[in-house]
Ligand binder design. Structure first.
Ligand code: SF4
Length: 243
């Protein structure tokens, strides 16, 4: 029986990127292979998964980890009583549990939902193993200023996911260097200049400060010289006070 530690399962609206506002069911797996300073995921607790009692109720029950794929499929099935655009596998980094994600994804597709993967774009080999089950990929490009240069593995991931409904998200803060941002833009353009780029102004946390509007506009203008579609979309779920 395939199982994994899951942090939470709930029904809400997508708060970021191309599908902002779409109704989704979120399955947030524990664990990540990176450690970004602006990370807002609470990895400290993994003993229990908090499972929303009913879709959108924001009341939770605790279920002991690990959860089996069958347990998660049953929760998703119940939440699908509310018409739902897609099931979002998020984290952490869901591809660290790719066997579990694939098992759940293959089962819940029969409920008429799309499969949406939110990933840091650093595990291309694992992605290939679940690619057939995935419809939409929201891939982060991490800039070298997070402490590591991941561009080589990001390029591999972009090529592996290029046949999906793929968009790339780059979080921009006041300390984002234009040179590293443009290197990321060039990386995307080399794979396919039609890939949508979402510039996501950082939500200030852990001492990370917001970029000015002038800086964001300048980065967007430069990116639009190389890519067909570049949008500035902030995180919305904190603004409207939903999960
Ligand atoms: S990749 Fe995402 S989940 Fe992992 S540490 Fe960075 S922000 Fe957090």
């Amino acid at each position: 029986m395939i199982s994994a530690n899951v942090l939470e399962i709930f029904s809400s609206v997508q708060g970021e990127g191309k599908f902002l506002g779409c109704r989704q069911i979120f399955v947030r797996t524990a664990g990540c292979n990176l450690g970004c300073a602006y990370c807002d995921t609470d990895f400290a607790r993994a003993d229990f998964c908090r499972v929303e009692s009913a879709a959108g109720s924001a009341t939770f029950r605790a279920v002991k980890n690990p959860l089996t794929a069958a347990q998660v499929v049953e929760v998703v099935k119940n939440f699908c009583a509310v018409p739902t655009h897609s099931v979002s596998f998020t984290g952490g980094e869901p591809l660290m549990n790719w066997q579990f994600v694939r098992a759940v994804a293959e089962a819940v597709k029969s409920f008429g939902v799309k499969i949406f993967l939110e990933t840091n774009g650093t595990l291309p080999d694992e992605f290939r193993k679940i690619s057939a089950a995935v419809d939409i990929v929201s891939m982060d490009i991490k800039l070298p200023s997070i402490g590591r240069n991941l561009f080589d593995v990001h390029e591999k991931f972009l090529r592996a996911a290029a046949d999906k409904d793929l968009y790339v998200k780059i979080v921009v803060a006041d300390n984002t260097e234009p040179e590293e941002f443009l290197s990321a833009v060039n990386l995307i353009a080399a794979v396919d200049p039609k890939i949508l780029l979402v510039i996501q102004p950082v939500t200030p946390a852990n001492g990370i400060c917001a970029a000015s509007a002038e800086k964001i506009f300048a980065l967007q203008a430069e990116a639009l010289r190389r890519l067909a579609d570049v949008r500035v979309i902030p995180q919305a779920h904190k603004i409207i006070g939903v999960l």
